[in-house]
Design a protein around this ligand. Structure first.
Ligand code: NI
Length: 188
């Protein structure tokens, strides 16, 4: 396994539409290795999700893992490692919910993004098996943030009120203490 270099905002790979993987590719050794490297890279940077374009691979592959309590996501339900290949997302409840989001590709910034509160994702797992997950609340935002990367979209594109974009340090100092109960924070 190896920690891969993370592409930062401005690198064209983050703005490309990622291509789907073929069944042969899903089971291939390079894909297996890429998934292991993405897990290691995500953990190294303290993220809870990572998409292949963030490690310079323009393919429809992303993963999410939210570990047990003790980390910075107090209000988040744990989510076992989920590998999403060729995902399709459907909104089940479009009621907007706001979270302060961060991204490994947009380091040191936080922005308030409103997204639908409940989604369904159909995808293939690392073995090529068809799977479905329904996510709501915080987890729904995590899935939408990661899958946006496969369309070349970053969270900063979705900030409606650009006064709600801040450096992490200032966010922690000035915004977090005043935060309303109905707005959370997501740092991946
Ligand atoms: Ni991200």
């Amino acid at each position: 396994m190896a920690i891969r270099k993370v592409a930062r905002m401005g690198h064209p790979v983050l703005r490309q539409k990622a291509r789907p993987l073929t069944p042969e590719e899903i089971k291939s050794e390079p894909t297996r290795r890429l998934i292991l490297d993405m897990v290691e890279t995500m953990k190294e940077y303290g993220g809870i999700g990572i998409a292949a374009p963030q490690v310079h691979e323009s393919i429809q592959l992303a993963l999410i893992e939210i570990s047990q309590a003790g980390d910075k996501y107090d209000d988040a339900e744990p989510q076992a490692l989920t590998v999403l290949i060729n995902p399709k997302i459907t909104v089940l409840d479009k009621t907007p919910q706001g979270f302060w989001e961060g991204c490994l590709s947009v380091p040191e910034l936080r922005g308030l993004v409103f997204r639908p509160r409940k989604v369904e994702v159909n995808y293939l797992d690392q073995n090529g098996k068809a799977c479905k997950v329904v996510a709501e609340d915080f987890l729904a935002t995590v899935f939408q943030h990661e899958l946006d990367h496969l369309d070349g979209v970053l969270f900063v594109d979705k900030i409606e009120d650009r006064t709600q974009l801040a450096f992490l340090e200032e966010y922690q100092r000035h915004i977090l203490p005043l935060q309303r109960d109905d707005i959370g924070n997501l740092d991946d």
